[in-house]
Write a protein that binds this ligand. Structure first.
Ligand SMILES: CC(C)(COP(=O)(O)OP(=O)(O)OC[C@H]1O[C@@H](n2cnc3c(N)ncnc32)[C@H](O)[C@@H]1OP(=O)(O)O)[C@@H](O)C(=O)NCCC(=O)NCCS
Length: 151
């Protein structure tokens, strides 16, 4: 299993993983849009084929997880744990003192992952996700303390 920074040449691989994990998932153009924003960075895990990806932004002392996806056939093998740890390290190196994310209140695997990593619940956004058919789900805002940047 190889974890490395994602580059422009990886857009198709990033999209492939995202589309395996989410319906409908993001295409290469949507990912390129986000990845070209200020402070954005992506990480990719592969093992012959792409298995997992994370896209984040670290800006003005704060970082945000924009998306995290692991191929359904590669789950519960520590791929997401490795991606979150590497993203937190990258964000800290970029000067971020905290990392934030939003996760659906019914996404139990992701909530368990983030809580195991040390994220704490910092708020709630009512009806944040539109699931279609008039169904809306709250988001939990989570925060990870990255320290003050000292060694
Ligand atoms: C959430 C997701 C990224 C987890 O990826 P993963 O590679 O399977 O996670 P890991 O194997 O690194 O799991 C690390 C820890 O997270 C928790 N966890 C992960 N999946 C879990 C599940 N299905 N049920 C309970 N806990 C889970 C466990 O604490 C796990 O440690 P353990 O396996 O030693 O018990 C993956 O399920 C996914 O892509 N889901 C769809 C997309 C998504 O929801 N993304 C996050 C949006 S905010």
């Amino acid at each position: 299993m190889n974890l490395r920074p994602a580059a422009e040449a990886d857009l198709d691989a990033l999209s492939q993983v995202h589309r395996r994990a989410f319906t409908p998932g993001w295409g290469p153009e949507e990912i390129a849009d986000l990845a070209s924003g200020p402070g954005a960075f992506g990480l990719l895990v592969e093992d012959g084929a792409p298995l997992g990806m994370i896209l984040c932004r670290a800006l003005a002392g704060e970082a945000e997880v924009l998306t995290l996806a692991v191929d359904p056939d590669a789950r519960r093998r520590g791929v997401a744990r490795a991606l979150v740890a590497a993203a937190a390290m990258t964000a800290r190196s970029a000067g971020a003192q905290a990392m934030f994310l939003e996760v659906a209140v019914d996404n139990h695997p992701a909530l368990a992952l983030y809580e195991a990593h040390g994220f704490v619940r910092a708020g709630r956004r009512p009806s944040y996700y539109d699931r279609g058919g008039g169904i809306y789900v709250d988001a939990v805002v989570m925060r990870l303390d990255l320290g003050d940047g000292s060694l």
